[in-house]
Design a protein around this ligand. Structure first.
Ligand code: RET
Length: 274
């Protein structure tokens, strides 16, 4: 890792207007979302709906912290890429700006999105746990991929591990929770959010591969805007659609099975006794 003071990293960010704007646009939107979501949730009384609200509210709260970390230079480093990388240090003589704070904070924000989706789908605890563990695995190994500078091959090996975790997340979303949501009576809204989530989330590994961490066909500023743009849809728009539905359909959520057991048919009921 190249020795640079935080003030020097901060200066490099200031000098790149495109990059800096991609951070501040999200800080502003996250701030507005926090205020809006608190306001929207003021009268929600059902505990499961409240939990969906708390989880979803955590998303812009993590986001404002994440982007403040990036804008201040705290969670950005200049790294010397290994031989074989498109921007290998031995060829360019320049270190590459790496926004590793993004991958770190995704490990905190994405589980909240999944918790909210799982609650909406009426998922049981096992599936929620599985999906969250796989998701954190995906983010942390993505972080490892971005920070590994000893070997180009090992960067992509980490990337492949991260993708394997991602497949688990996609499976639960597309298959398991889609079925659970049918039983829970939330299939329509769940399917909308599922498609939005799957399509947006697929963008992240694609931009990782195209950006400076991967084959570097996109500049750092453009890559950062790509992530920032995906974040705006995958977080704030997603959260708004979800919370707006919850406010208007609190009774549907309140009517799901208590605890985090499967809603509806498969839970043992009084009728099973006779
Ligand atoms: C990485 C790189 C390695 C391979 C894969 C990735 C997936 C990242 C995803 C991120 C989603 C982030 C969201 C953030 C909102 O706060 C780590 C880019 C599979 C899916 C939704």
């Amino acid at each position: 890792m190249l020795e640079m003071t935080q003030a020097e990293v901060y200066q490099a960010i200031q000098d790149n207007t495109l990059l800096n704007a991609s951070f501040w646009a999200n800080i502003a939107l996250a701030g507005l979302s926090i205020l809006l979501f608190v306001f929207m949730g003021r009268n929600v009384e059902d505990p499961r709906s409240q939990l969906i609200f708390v989880a979803t509210l955590m998303v812009p709260l993590v986001s404002i912290s994440s982007y403040t970390g990036l804008a201040s230079g705290l969670t950005i480093s200049f790294l010397e890429m290994p031989a074989g990388h498109a921007l290998a240090f031995e060829e360019t003589g320049e270190p590459v700006l790496t926004m590793w704070g993004r991958y770190l904070t995704w490990a905190l924000s994405t589980p909240m999105i999944l918790l909210a989706l799982g609650l909406l789908a009426g998922s049981n605890m096992t599936k929620i746990f599985t999906v969250i563990v796989a998701d954190i695995g995906m983010c942390v190994t993505g972080l490892a991929a971005a920070l590994t500078v000893s070997s180009h091959m090992l960067r992509w090996f980490w990337y492949a591990i991260s993708c394997a975790f991602f497949v688990v997340v996609l499976y639960v979303l597309l298959v398991e929770w889609a079925q659970d949501a049918e039983v829970a009576g939330t299939a329509e809204i769940f399917n909308t959010l599922k498609i939005l989530t799957v399509v947006m989330w697929l963008g992240y590994p694609i931009f990782w591969a195209l950006g400076a961490e991967g084959i570097a066909v996109l500049s750092v500023g453009i890559t950062s805007w790509a992530y920032s743009g995906l974040d705006i849809i995958a977080k704030y728009i997603f959260a708004f659609i979800l919370l707006n539905w919850v406010v208007n359909n609190e009774s549907t959520i309140a009517g799901m099975a208590p605890g985090l057991g499967p809603a509806g048919t498969s839970a043992p009921t009084a009728a099973d006794d006779d």
